[in-house]
Design a protein around this ligand. Sequence first.
Ligand code: ZN
Length: 364
Amino acid sequence: MKPLLLLFVLLGGSAFAQNATRNVLVVTLDGLRWQEVFRGADEAYIDLAGGGVPENQIKATRETWLAPTVEERRRKLMPFLWGEIAARGQIFGNRDRGSPMQVANSEWFSYPGYNELLCGFADPLVTSNLPIPNRNVTVLEWLNGRPGFAGRVAGCTTWQIFPAIVNVGRSRLPLWVSGSAHAALAPKSPVFAEIARWMEDIPTKANDEHYDGFGFRAALEMIAVVRPRVLYVALGEPDTNAHARRYGAYLDSIRRCDRFVRELWERLQALEQYRGSTTLLITVDHGRGRTPQDWKDHNKKTPGSNETWLAVLGPDTAPRGERTDTPPVISAQVAATVAALLGENFPATDARIAAPVVDVLSRR
Ligand SMILES: [Zn+2]
């Protein structure tokens, strides 16, 4: 065999075999509107009527988040996204600049959204947030069955419906989920045990989720214990605060999520396995209403709830920054994009799976 042909065979002959990406970090921020991502905090929501900001917090909230320009406001809110990713990656979804992105499903809430972005298509039978084990295969489960990935695909989430969404009973993915009922699914370590004790001592008012800070700490530990090639981190406080009509707390949680992502990224870059060979994707499961009256909600009766966004940073993605005037992107494309970055062809397994976002698969 000629040396060049041998090299081609060794590389698998794949169109993506030249990719530098060997690991992927996927982060979802539940229900974080594109409006805050691209415009920053909105003054019209910093009041009691629409944003639910108490009178005695309005002045401080305005001082913390407002600034004369959109660029300054959004950078205050998400400094990692607008510092690092805008400079070295790509960000889709700013409708103000001709970059639309939306879900393909017709429900416009969480489980249908996560099913779509993880499985690659909208399933018309996924119509509730009930913990029904997913009949569809997520890209996480599929990758876990590919050579070189077995046992190296893991997840961390604060929302207790995720074991159903990724069907842990079938996929057997190592998944850390807040709540003692799910402790059996996570790998064991002294740090995981310590996180579990803190969660017991700091209960939330929510009945099916816990604070994102615990999910973030668990993700750091998951990196240390499992060294996953694919890590999925699902955070949820922006959605929780929005549903409660607490615009100030919503902004605070967005800022924390941005910091969590930065710290995860920096941890990965400090490790030989991940440095220079890891791609980060950040996206959302749905949007929300577009006005101070309905921003707290998201459902098919609330216009804007289908609007999403996507940020990508990694060695195979050209640094084109905030994208403008792009063809429409749909959330279903996220699954195949994750696979393609790793040199894997997810749509080949099922004709319903949407194609990857090709713009993030090229250095040019
Ligand atoms: Zn959601």
